[in-house]
Design a protein around this ligand. Structure first.
Ligand code: DC
Length: 231
C-alpha cells in the first residue's frame, strides 16, 4: 500500500500512563489496527533469556535475533507475539523480563531492526494506531497525527500497583514507584530512540481524565486533522 493511502496515528509516552488502553480504544473507533511496539522489545528480551543469553550481552542477543523468527499479529486488539512459531504473548509480560528490556532497548542496531519491523508491519495496514516511545520521532516521523501522553508519576505508580494487586502480585507501592522511576530514566536517557515528544506531537495529560474522555479528545483531533488533510 502506498504511504499516501495509509493513515498512521502514533501514541508515545512513559510506562504506566495508559497508552495501550487508549491506543486500543482509539484503534477500535477508527477501525484501525493496533500495534503495541513494547511487545517487540519484550519478545527479543524473552528470546535471549530463553536461550540462556544475558540480555546485557547485546552482541549475542543480536546474533540470536538474526536466527529467530519473530512474528507479530494483531488479533482481538492484542499484539500477539510468536517466536519460532510458539505463542509467547503472555510470557513477554513477566516482570523478570520487563526489568531486563533496557539492554535491548538501548542497543542501536537492534532498535534499527525493530523500527524496520514496525514500518513493515504498518506497510500492510490501511489504518494503524501504533504505541511506544519513539513512534512519532523515529519510526513514523510523517504520521498523520502524533500524540504524547503524560501523567503524574505517583498516579501512574498507584494505577500500576492496583493492576498488579488485582492480578495477584504481592508488591509494595514503593517498589512499583522505584521500578517506574528506573524505567523512565532508562527510556529518557538512551542515546537512540529516547522517550521524548515529537516537535509536532499533541500533548495529553492523563492524570485526571478517564480513558474514555482522553479517547474522545483524540478521536476529535484525528477526525478534524484527516478532514483538513482532504481539502
Ligand atoms: O510499553 P511497554 O512497557 O510494554 O515497553 C516495554 C519496554 O520496551 C519499555 O521499557 C521501553 C521499551 N520500548 C522502547 O524502547 N521503544 C518502544 N517503541 C516501545 C517500548
Amino acid at each position: 500500500m502506498k504511504q499516501k493511502d495509509r493513515i498512521i496515528i502514533t501514541i508515545d509516552g512513559p510506562a504506566g500512563v495508559g497508552k495501550s488502553t487508549v491506543a486500543r480504544m482509539l484503534a477500535r473507533r477508527l477501525d484501525a489496527v493496533f500495534l503495541d511496539t513494547g511487545a517487540m522489545y519484550r519478545a527479543v528480551t524473552l528470546a535471549a533469556v530463553e536461550h540462556g543469553i544475558d540480555p546485557a550481552d547485546t552482541s549475542k542477543a543480536q546474533t540470536l535475533f538474526d536466527l529467530c523468527r519473530f512474528e507479530f499479529r494483531s488479533e482481538n486488539e492484542t499484539t500477539k507475539v510468536f517466536i519460532d512459531g510458539q505463542d509467547k504473548t503472555a510470557a513477554i509480560r513477566d516482570p523478570k523480563i520487563t526489568e531486563q528490556i533496557k539492554y535491548i532497548a538501548s542497543a542501536p542496531s537492534l532498535r534499527g531492526k525493530l523500527v524496520q519491523m514496525q514500518q513493515d508491519f504498518a506497510a500492510g495496514c490501511r489504518r494503524i494506531v501504533t504505541e511506544g516511545r519513539d513512534q512519532g520521532t523515529v519510526a513514523f516521523p510523517d504520521a498523520n497525527v502524533k500524540f504524547f501522553i503524560t501523567a503524574d508519576a505517583e498516579e501512574r505508580a498507584r494505577r500500576r500497583h492496583r493492576d498488579l494487586t488485582v492480578a495477584g502480585k504481592d508488591i509494595s507501592l514503593e517498589a512499583v514507584f522505584a521500578q517506574q522511576q528506573a524505567r523512565d530514566a532508562s527510556d529518557e536517557n538512551r542515546v537512540v530512540g529516547p522517550l521524548k515528544p515529537a516537535e509536532d506531537a499533541v500533548m495529553i495529560d492523563a492524570t485526571i481524565p478517564t480513558a474514555e474522555q482522553i479517547v474522545d479528545k483524540m478521536e476529535t483531533i484525528v477526525r478534524k486533522r484527516l478532514r483538513a488533510g482532504k481539502n
